[in-house]
Write a protein that binds this ligand. Structure first.
Ligand code: GLN
Length: 489
């Protein structure tokens, strides 16, 4: 097995026993980038290989001298291009930020670097994290490493594809309505969105501020716990970050607790691909046979989740994206007569079609006369959806269902039909509306070899519960052969 194919856990063991070096790991990842990137197109910006090798060697030198190194020592990490990286272009996959060089690191990026992780490059995404397939990038289309004719999911499609194609060991993404979990499920990797406020968003380009969270994409549960332990915690720079202590996620993974799994029948309804259904049902049954109790639950407001999400997300986006005016950030159009025309031309030329559509939708639902009918109503429904969950969590500890209604679709299949694209988010947007932690774990493949992910969600700050159950599921899936790490070449 190549080093680049291994998870962080295995690599740390090899490093600890001096069976490999950070330089060898970086060399292996750079080889995979050379081999796979022309087809997969996971990165918008890649750092210079010479610099990356020098950084890896510097960590090796410190290890040899017996100096303390951080928990990510020498591991190559991919960073979604909506997270600010000091001195490294951060485009958010938009023309409007084509040359934007942030003057500071996002808190999560700073933490990765302080843990001695090495940032390999900036991964592709849908422009401003709006989409579900990474086709809305202004720069390139990322291809699913399991089937190059298919999308990797979105919007953290570059991060998911980079991890799946071994073009990095772990990656960071962001999740406003499923953008870490859905691409994880399409690419066969683990994707976790923590509780709203668990991880700092300082330096994350804002999309929907009441929904956005930074999340992790990894090859295993161990790696997810490792990355979460590095990035979680309170940050004074982000007033929405929670002051709660970070629990020991590794201890949670060793726990033998058996939890109650709630299964919402509304999530196994019309529109669900039959292979996805049977694979996810099998994952639930696997835990039941292991001693978990399965209880039916009701989440009746699910049918309103997609419209509620799209009203709130677009409203917040229209406000957040007002700052790109051609004055303070990025692109400014030429040939304007006055300041109004400068705003108009810069925004028209700088933003892509989907971003413009959402700014218009958001402005519309917030405008006088429509505010009560749309925005206010959506906020009220959001409260009802949250109550559904509070009630459900009285009888269960974990809610399990498919991450997405289908496996990865073909490139171009939904790109002319925004509504079809939005409806694919049916299972994933709710965790953001409610603010709860949720994970997608690989649980099998279709006959054609496309990965399928199952979602596990729990109460706010109950990440440890998720780690216990998802780790158990991963172990059982490996034992039964339903899923294996590094199953693509
Ligand atoms: N697909 C959803 C959207 O387009 C979610 C995106 C995300 O989580 N950033 O809004």
């Amino acid at each position: 097995m190549k080093l680049a194919e291994m998870g962080a856990g295995q690599l740390k063991d090899l490093l600890a026993t001096n069976k490999t070096s950070c330089r060898e790991i970086m060399t292996s990842v750079l080889d995979e980038i050379d081999r796979r990137e022309p087809d997969v197109q996971a990165y918008i910006t890649l750092r210079d290989p010479g610099e990356l090798l020098a950084e890896a060697e510097a960590v090796d030198v410190r290890r040899k001298r017996g100096e303390a190194v951080g928990p990510l020592a020498g591991l190559p990490i991919g960073i979604k291009d909506c997270l600010c990286t000091k001195g490294l272009i951060t485009t958010c996959a938009s023309r409007i930020l084509e040359h934007f060089e942030p003057p500071y690191d996002a808190t999560v990026v700073r933490k990765v670097r302080e843990a001695d992780g090495i940032v390999v490059g900036k991964t592709n995404m849908d422009e401003f994290a709006m989409g579900s397939s990474t086709e809305n990038s202004a720069y390139k289309v990322t291809h699913n490493p399991h089937d190059l004719e298919r999308v990797p999911g979105g919007t953290s499609g570059g991060s998911a594809a980079a991890v799946a194609a071994n073009e990095c060991i772990m990656a960071l993404g962001s999740d406003t309505g499923g953008s870490v979990r859905q691409p994880a499920s399409f690419c066969g990797v683990v994707g976790m969105k923590p509780t709203y406020g668990r991880v700092s968003r300082y330096g994350l380009v804002a999309y929907g501020s009441s929904l956005d969270q930074v999340g992790v994409l990894t090859k295993s549960m161990y790696d997810a716990a490792l990355m979460m332990s590095v990035i979680a915690g309170h940050d004074r720079q982000d007033s929405t970050s929670l002051p709660a202590d970070v629990p020991d996620y590794f201890a949670a993974m060793r726990s033998q607790a058996k939890y109650r799994i709630g299964v919402p029948h509304e999530y196994f309804a019309e529109g669900l691909d039959p292979e996805v259904r049977s694979t996810v049902e099998n994952a639930i049954e696997t835990l039941r046979l292991d001693g978990y109790e399965v209880v039916p639950i009701n989440l009746p407001y699910t049918e309103y989740a997609v419209p509620t999400y799209y009203i709130i997300a677009c409203a917040e986006a229209s406000a957040n994206l007002a700052r790109y005016d051609g004055v303070r950030y990025g692109y400014r159009a030429d040939g304007y007569k006055d300041v109004k025309e400068m705003y108009h031309l810069s925004r028209t030329q700088g933003f892509g079609a989907e971003v413009r559509r959402r700014i218009m939708l958001g402005t519309y639902v917030l405008s006088a006369g429509y505010y009560d009918a749309y925005y206010l109503k959506a906020q009220q429904v959001r409260t009802l959806i949250r109550r559904d969950f509070e009630k459900a969590f009285e009888t269960c500890d974990i809610i399990m269902h498919p991450e997405a209604p289908t496996p990865a679709f073909k490139i171009g299949e939904h790109s002319d039909d925004p509504l079809a694209m939005y409806l694919g988010d049916i299972y994933s947007v709710i965790a953001n509306l409610v603010g709860i932690p949720a994970i997608s774990v690989p649980c099998g493949k279709t006959k054609n070899g496309l990965p399928i992910g199952v979602q596990l969600a729990a109460k706010p700050l109950a990440e440890p519960t998720i780690f216990t159950a998802a780790q158990r599921l991963e172990t059982l899936m490996h034992e039964s052969g339903a899923w294996r790490l590094a199953s693509i070449g």
